[in-house]
Ligand binder design. Structure first.
Ligand code: UT7
Length: 336
């Protein structure tokens, strides 16, 4: 029997209009364009300002974009997964809200919290549903409204994050393309270095949790940086090795966009050059589950069927991983 793989057949995205740039941030906290550009590589981020709207607002727009461009009817979708750390509500799942907003009625769905590696975790789950034959058209949403958990008086975190929604369509193929290999890892002992302390069952919201700012992102940046650099590079090199991909064979590295220095260190360890790396952190910052598809979306027109692509991420948990994809279509078909 021919092997069935999952392949990405389209990419959709939505970024909010409002742009928060380094100049505006430097009026809010003691920071500068020079510090942010040298240490992280971000110039601006998009922020969702619509009152009462959460992650599903951006996720639904990204899915609408995806369904329209791929000519997919909402009722044809049979599974919708949403990678996010900023769900609209603790429950129900943001995946269910997005499905309702876009008219997806014949699918089940749920959220996956793998933090900044969430997109890779979710792609893997989607692929398993397709490889088993259980599902045929799976939508993977990567969306985060990071501005909802950022303390805009804390200069060590508020310069880093932005908001975005993205969506990928996955379908079965028997051709030699698609998701070929994945390495996913986690180490929960790193949980205290990057987390949102309150709002879950350990510390439900009280006056005290609000006064202590426990509903915002806390990050020990230096420790996270150290782990991110070594672990993202380790898995990226490992996935290259075990699939016999030389630096010349690799069309693209698509890294999670948390810090330009982490991206450069990963590329260096892989022995590839900057022009093999998708980088758009300068314009969006760290949009958590959305960073990788947002790159694929922006580079889609340049992607060719058969391109070897490695996706790599590191995030809270700690979680990290790498995914090897042989790209399934010429992106130019959507960009005539
Ligand atoms: O996506 C999830 C995974 N997250 C990551 O991968 C993030 C990993 N961490 C990082 O990217 C970096 O650690 C940061 C960008 C967060 C921080 O960069 P850093 O080079 O590690 O800076 P630092 O935390 O060591 O701070 C250096 C100095 C400190 O001042 P002192 O103590 O040397 O006087 C900070 O207070 O820079 C100061 N600083 C700032 N100065 C101006 C911290 N944030 C800012 C700021 N503007 N925004």
């Amino acid at each position: 029997m021919e092997k069935v793989r999952a392949t990405i057949t389209g990419v959709g995205a939505y970024v909010p209009e409002y742009i928060l740039d380094n100049h505006e941030l430097s009026k809010m906290v003691d920071t500068s364009d020079e510090w942010i550009m040298t240490r992280v590589g971000i110039k601006e981020r998009h922020i969702l300002k619509e009152e009462g709207e959460g992650t599903s607002f951006m996720g639904a727009r990204a899915v609408e974009d995806l369904l329209k461009k791929t000519g997919t009817k909402p009722e044809e979708v049979d599974l919708l997964l949403c990678a996010t750390v900023t769900p609209d509500h603790p429950f129900p799942a943001t995946a269910n809200i997005i499905a309702d907003k876009v008219g997806i009625k014949n699918a089940h769905g749920f959220d996956i919290n793998g933090a900044c590696s969430g997109l890779l975790y979710t792609l893997d789950v989607a692929a398993k549903f397709i490889e088993s034959g259980a599902k045929k058209k799976v939508v993977v949403v990567g969306a985060d409204k990071m501005s909802s958990i950022v303390d805009y008086t804390d200069r060590t975190t508020c310069v880093l994050f932005g908001d975005a929604g993205t969506a990928l369509l996955l379908e079965p193929t028997t051709e030699d393309v698609g998701l070929k290999d994945t390495i996913l890892q986690a180490d929960g002992s790193g949980r205290h270095y990057l987390y949102q302390k309150a709002g879950g069952s350990a510390y439900p919201a009280t006056h005290e949790t609000v006064d202590n700012k426990w509903h915002y992102i806390y990050q020990d940046g230096k420790t996270v940086f150290k782990h991110a650099v070594s672990r993202m590079a380790d898995v990226s090199v490992e996935i290259m090795k075990r699939n016999n991909i030389s630096p010349e064979d690799l069309a693209w590295l698509v890294p999670h966009q948390a810090n330009l220095r982490i991206i450069d260190a990963t590329a260096q360890r892989m022995g590839i050059s900057r022009d093999q790396v998708m980088i758009n952190i300068e314009r969006y910052g760290n949009t958590t589950a959305a960073t990788i598809p947002l790159c694929l979306y922006e580079w889609e027109k340049d992607l060719k069927k058969g391109d070897n692509i490695i996706l790599a991420a590191f995030g809270a948990g700690f979680t990290w991983g790498a995914t090897y994809i042989k790209w399934g279509y010429d992106g130019s078909k959507f960009h005539k």
